[in-house]
Ligand binder design. Structure first.
Ligand code: SF4
Ligand code: SF4
Length: 105
């Protein structure tokens, strides 16, 4: 068996994207408290801002990938399961701690 760890705090790969509209808020997010300055709206759809190739709420200091709004993270983040097909795909594309995404930028 390959030794694959899906510890999100040492990964963060799914919080990286070059698509500025990667993370859209959904109706369930209306009750969540996300800082308004971390969001933008286009054509009636609201998205979380991405900067430097990753979500603005991702804190990569201290060698960890920490979500700074974990309690209020959007529905799409909650639905993203560690070890899922999408998770493995994100890790292959972006690398653990976004290493591959940062190399490509
Ligand atoms: S890519 Fe998978 S292991 Fe990494 S943070 Fe996202 S859900 Fe967790
Ligand atoms: S809100 Fe948190 S979990 Fe969701 S993409 Fe941003 S840093 Fe990652």
């Amino acid at each position: 068996m390959p030794d694959v760890s899906f510890d999100c705090v040492s990964c963060g790969a799914c919080c990286f994207s070059r698509n500025p509209r990667y993370l859209e808020l959904l109706p369930w997010d209306a009750a969540r408290s996300l800082p308004p300055e971390s969001l933008f709206t286009e054509e009636g759809r609201t998205f979380v801002r991405f900067e430097c190739g990753h979500c603005i709420h991702l804190d990569l200091s201290n060698g960890k990938a920490a979500c700074q709004v974990y309690e209020d993270r959007p529905e799409a983040c909650r639905a993203f399961r560690a070890g899922s097909f999408e998770c493995v795909k994100a890790r292959r594309a972006n690398g653990v701690m976004g290493a591959l995404a940062r190399e490509a930028s």
